[in-house]
Ligand binder design. Structure first.
Ligand SMILES: Cc1ncc(COP(=O)(O)O)c(C=O)c1O
Length: 469
């Protein structure tokens, strides 16, 4: 794979070398670090597209009226052509534009960290590594695709992007990316998160975005929901309907989605590609890869570059973790469904709880989505990905233990992966197996402290969704 030839490369690398040298000089002792950093020159210069390598192809999106596969023109009302092409591309490697790399290099490559303190507390023979995406300006993996999407929309002459946000992470990421490319940004934020996370809102305002609590009375989709249920706390499905309608009914405005679609997972593969290099630097290979799943983008970004190893017969496991309150992969149907509540999107073949499903107000707002990315759904159906569903009090128990040993306070979404990493580490202890467990820590939880307060006050409920059969 080619290397990123940034004009700033020399300076940056020198800075990194200098910084490490200074540290050694000051410490006057051999350095032992749990963090594995790649130099900026090792940033992936291409995204990995899994579509040509999938054992079973993903089913095409369908036009809801005709039930026939949709063509690119159907999507061009809300997406730029470059992203539509990426959505269906058969090219295994897609170059990352320099302008995108330049911005990603503000925080990438992100560290892969060995959780030695947590390993010691768990008394596990396993090695636990986590890929930490919380170092981005918005605090999660979401800017990896936000920057790329803003770039292609700017190039296509678009003036404003509209989007939805659950936990506020995606809205923040797109606000940041739009700000970098001089685009306006409108965010429909799920009402319960709007209330729970006022500072996410402030962050989006700081980057110049406008933010509305969804359902709003600005769109037909929002008004229809409010007419039936004025107290509705919203859902990602409803907020997507509002954002899509906004884009489809205004000139110069496109829609941007933070998860689910093939091009979003594509942009996130920088995570797994870096992880592969970092594991090599650590002298190990992954036995288990774990990520939380809302729409499937951080998990996809981590695991997709490793799919080849699995298909070659390596016994590597991929665990996708979801809340029991919104269990699309473990309790949903693998079927065609709308991506939004009002039925404005094409039909996607995915694991779904039904587009009308409004999940309970659990604190992992980014995991409250009725469906799952078609790529991840296909891998679940083909038994390449193992889905796991967990309760939120167990999630917070693991998050607090992790924060008290490793220091980082995780986002509630990411903590789903932490809980399952702990379960796996304890299994290794019982079976006395020194496996290498790698999980994605998709974001920090600094704007989620209300959720931690609720946990400490014993106010979190364990909600389990039982779909009708
Ligand atoms: C920190 C964090 N992790 C994970 C997710 C889930 O999204 P996805 O499954 O697309 O990675 C979100 C969504 O908002 C998030 O904010």
């Amino acid at each position: 794979m080619g290397r990123y030839q940034s004009p700033i490369r020399g300076e940056r690398e020198n800075a990194i070398v200098h910084h490490h040298y200074m540290e050694r000089k000051c410490l006057k002792m051999p350095m032992k670090s749990d963090s594995i950093y790649l130099p900026v020159s090792e940033m992936p210069a291409q995204w990995y597209n899994v579509l040509p390598d999938l054992p079973t192809p993903v089913d095409p999106p369908l036009n809801p009226a005709t039930k026939q596969p949709i063509g690119p023109e159907a999507l061009s009302a809300i997406f730029p052509m470059a992203l539509i092409e990426q959505e269906v591309s058969k090219e295994r490697w897609i170059p990352i534009p320099d302008e995108v790399l330049e911005i990603l290099s503000l925080w990438r490559p992100t560290p892969l960290i060995r959780a030695t303190h947590w390993e010691a507390q768990l008394e596990t023979p396993a090695k636990i590594f986590y890929k930490y995406e919380g170092t981005s300006p918005a605090g999660s993996h979401k800017p990896n695709t936000a920057v790329a999407q803003a770039y292609y929309n700017k190039k296509a002459g678009i003036k404003r992007l509209s989007t939805e946000t659950g936990a506020g992470q995606w809205g923040s990421a797109l606000s940041f990316a739009c700000c970098k490319f001089g685009l306006q940004c409108t965010v429909y934020m799920v009402k319960i998160s709007y209330q729970q996370k006022p500072y996410r809102r402030s962050l989006m305002h700081t980057w110049g975005a406008e933010v509305f609590a969804s359902p709003t009375d600005r769109t037909n989709a929002g008004r229809a929901v409010l007419a039936k249920d004025p107290g509705c706390l919203g859902s990602l499905g409803i907020a997507i309907s509002e954002a899509v309608e906004d884009a489809a009914t205004h000139d110069g405005v496109n829609y941007s989605l933070g998860s689910v679609l093939n091009h979003v997972l594509l942009h996130q593969t920088v995570i797994g590609l870096e992880t592969q290099k970092q594991l090599k630097m650590a002298g190990t290979t992954a036995d288990v890869l774990i990520g939380c799943c809302g729409g499937g983008s951080n998990f996809g970004g981590l695991i997709l570059p490793f799919i080849g190893e699995k298909l070659e017969g390596k016994p590597i496991r991929f665990l996708g973790v979801e809340p029991k309150a919104c269990p699309s992969m473990t309790r949903g149907k693998f079927d065609y469904d709308f991506g939004d509540t009002a039925g404005m999107t094409p039909l996607l073949k995915m694991f779904t709880l039904g587009h009308n499903f409004v999940p309970a107000g659990i604190h992992a707002g980014g995991l409250r989505y009725h469906g799952m990315a078609p790529i991840i759904s296909r891998l679940v159906a083909d038994k390449i990905v193992e889905p796991v569903a967990v309760y939120q009090t167990d999630v917070f128990d693991a998050a607090v233990q992790f924060a008290r040993t490793e220091g980082i306070v995780p986002a509630p979404e990411s903590a789903h992966a932490i809980l399952v990493a702990r379960n796996e580490a304890l299994r290794c202890k019982r079976e006395n197996k020194p496996e290498t467990i790698v999980f994605e820590l998709s974001g920090h939880g600094f704007f989620d402290m209300g959720a931690y307060d609720a946990y400490f006050a014993g106010k979190l409920e364990d909600i389990e969704h039982e779909p009708e059969t």
